[in-house]
Design a protein around this ligand. Structure first.
Ligand SMILES: Cc1cc2nc3c(=O)[nH]c(=O)nc-3n(C[C@H](O)[C@H](O)[C@H](O)COP(=O)(O)OP(=O)(O)OC[C@H]3O[C@@H](n4cnc5c(N)ncnc54)[C@H](O)[C@@H]3O)c2cc1C
Length: 338
């Protein structure tokens, strides 16, 4: 990078927020994918205005800019594959506002998912997408990848909770999308366009998120099947019962074998296993829903059905599913999750 451009960038962010040290360039050369490439420099932005100035310079000088949250992405989109500037958003990490009466939170992009969860918890609220990387991944990264987790079937993914964004466009212009209201129906839905765009359309600098009251009770059950067909039929039939499980996960024979070969969980070597969870605000509510699920299990030739009586037992039932991702990723880095 020309000395003149380097100085222009330092003038925007200050000395302490510019780096071209080799150790930092190596750190920014990878994410959780197998892609690797070093940037020319890294910048920690602290304000939307700084990001606007950086993008104006980069746009004029034709330098690639790669926004970066926590670098846990699995598709290599935080890796500066053509060099250029890594724009690290981790220092824009303030929860600007939590408004329970409006059922929303306004956050900067560098806030870690778990930090928002901790802040919402005393109010009995939560932000449902729950990616498994939530202890470290940032909300900016969650928005840019439309992150979602095991409860997606009931609660959806990040896209379903983003009410509005502040975004800096590649030429440095700052724009707002969406609104702070639950109902926002006029105009093009630019918010949804930006969610999942992996940093290709602009840099997200503020996020307005819808939040939900947190269910306080869950019921969990697991059933094993000698035939995958039976397990598949269970999933379809549950959809006719009129309830929406908070989680419904099927593990096939290959996944079960991989878990057994790589952990000491010692699962039964069946064709399929289904884990179901229901949630609500009273035990009667979640048990009512779970009874319907168990009656569907019973009609489809289960080998065994287990219901968790305590939280500890529920955690044990979930252990197999939660270990599946890490086990499969260890066997092969190229696998598809949907
Ligand atoms: C162990 C593990 C478990 C995971 N589990 C899940 C899961 O359950 N569900 C799931 O969906 N994903 C999961 N992931 C993938 C990853 O954690 C998510 O994609 C997460 O949302 C990425 O957040 P991040 O802060 O690490 O973003 P990064 O990896 O830093 O960036 C990801 C993308 O977002 C862009 N970006 C980041 N911040 C901004 C911003 N402010 N403005 C514009 N673009 C931006 C980057 O340029 C890049 O394209 C998992 C990853 C790991 C390693």
């Amino acid at each position: 990078m020309e000395e003149k451009i380097k100085q222009m960038l330092i003038d925007v962010v200050g000395d302490k927020n510019f780096t071209d040290h080799q150790i930092d360039m190596v750190s920014y050369s990878y994410d959780a994918s197998e892609h690797r490439h070093r940037p020319t420099c890294g910048l920690w932005a602290e304000t939307t205005q700084q990001i606007s100035e950086i993008l104006k310079i980069a746009n004029k000088e034709k330098i690639p800019v790669i926004p970066r949250g926590a670098g846990t992405g699995l598709s290599g989109m935080a890796v500066p594959i053509k060099g250029g500037i890594v724009l690290d958003l981790s220092r824009m990490n303030k929860i600007v506002k939590i408004s329970i009466q409006d059922r929303l939170a306004i956050v900067q992009p560098g806030v870690v998912y778990a930090e928002l969860e901790n802040a919402l918890s005393p109010y009995g609220f939560f932000f449902p997408p729950d990616p498994a990387s939530g202890k470290v991944s940032t909300l900016g990264g969650n928005v840019a990848t439309n992150a979602g987790g095991l409860k997606g079937a009931k609660y959806g993914t990040t896209r379903d909770y983003v009410l509005g964004l502040q975004v800096v466009l590649p030429d440095g212009r700052v724009m707002r999308t969406g609104s702070k209201t639950m109902k926002s129906v006029s105009g093009y839905d630019l918010t949804r366009l930006f969610v999942g765009s992996e940093g290709t359309l602009g840099v997200v600098t503020e996020i307005i998120l819808k939040i939900n009251p947190r269910p306080t009770v869950t019921s969990t059950a697991l059933a094993t099947f000698d035939r995958l067909d039976d397990a598949g039929r269970v999933v379809s039939q549950i959809m006719f019962t009129g309830i929406i499980p908070s989680a419904l996960e099927i593990l096939g024979r290959h996944t079960i074998q991989a878990i057994n070969q790589n952990t000491d969980l010692n699962l039964p070597e069946v064709d399929a296993m289904i884990l179901a969870e229901t949630d609500g605000h009273t035990a009667e509510e979640t048990d009512f829903q779970m009874k319907k699920i168990i009656s569907v299990f019973q009609k489809n030739n289960p080998r065994e059905i287990k219901s968790a009586k305590t939280e500890e037992e529920a955690r044990e039932l979930w252990m197999a599913r939660k270990s599946a991702y890490g086990v499969l990723a260890r066997i092969k880095t190229h696998f598809v999750l949907e």
